[in-house]
Ligand binder design. Structure first.
Ligand SMILES: [Zn+2]
Length: 239
């Protein structure tokens, strides 16, 4: 006799297995990230299909077998239509899913991450940014996720000497977990400098707004190409 578990889940990733099965990565309200089998799900008449589309939110039921979990029921709550119809939004959704996949351990429930994911997917679906800069939604998600996971970046004081930062010649250090002032940077040896990246003051301001969760200001920002590149290089340093 199996116990049936019910919870809400976002579908983040799928891989075909065998002839008709699929292995999903999902993030659930009650159990955190899970990998779960959909048996015979690629058959047209499978009743599970509707609720397992990528980036959908569903109420699911599953059983825990000896080696893996298997879906037994799904009820679609929202398929977030607007994300699927907009390539820019879809790209961001894939980035979010990939980050969830690589940063989170399995079976660790986290209400804060659940709320962040919910907020992110809903925002991506509902908002229409004048600037069309949907990457901003990804940056918001990413920096708040790493903050929840314990890597909140220091953005106001030098991570080495603790002095209040002046708005020029700043570097970001993935090693120190935040921004470093010019004079501390000059004192570093060459090898340590590999962990550093020059950071524009605009980008520092964007990150501060993100950590403060000030979406109302953020959504009105027009981000220049140089700052966009800087934001992207920063992500690569952390990942
Ligand atoms: Zn310093």
């Amino acid at each position: 006799m199996f116990i049936h578990y019910r919870t809400k889940a976002f579908f983040l990733n799928e891989q075909n297995r065998g002839e008709a099965n699929r292995l999903f990565t999902i993030f659930t309200n009650d159990f955190g990230k899970l990998r779960i089998f959909g048996k015979a799900i690629r058959k047209i008449r499978s009743k599970l299909r509707a609720g397992t589309e990528i980036f959908s939110l569903s109420e699911i039921e599953f059983i825990q077998g000896k080696s893996h979990k298997t879906l037994t029921d799904t009820v679609l709550i929202d398929r977030f239509e607007n994300i699927k119809e907009n390539p820019e939004k879809l790209k961001v959704a894939f980035q979010v899913a990939e980050t969830m996949n690589s940063f989170l351990e399995e079976e660790e429930r986290d209400d804060e991450i659940w709320r962040l994911l919910e907020e992110t997917i809903q925002r991506l679906n509902n908002c229409s940014l004048k600037t069309k800069n949907y990457s901003l939604i990804y940056y918001y998600f990413f920096w708040n996720l790493v903050s929840i996971l314990g890597y909140k970046p220091e953005l106001y004081h030098c991570s080495v000497c603790q002095k209040k930062l002046l708005p020029y010649n700043l570097c970001f250090s993935s090693k120190e977990g935040g921004i470093v002032c010019e004079s501390c940077f000059q004192k570093m040896d060459k090898k340590t400098k590999d962990f550093y990246l020059k950071i524009n003051i605009n980008v520092v301001k964007i990150l501060r707004l993100i950590i403060k969760k000030n979406w109302n200001i953020l959504k009105q920002l027009r981000i220049g190409e140089e700052d966009k590149e800087n934001l992207n290089s920063l992500l690569k340093k952390i990942k």
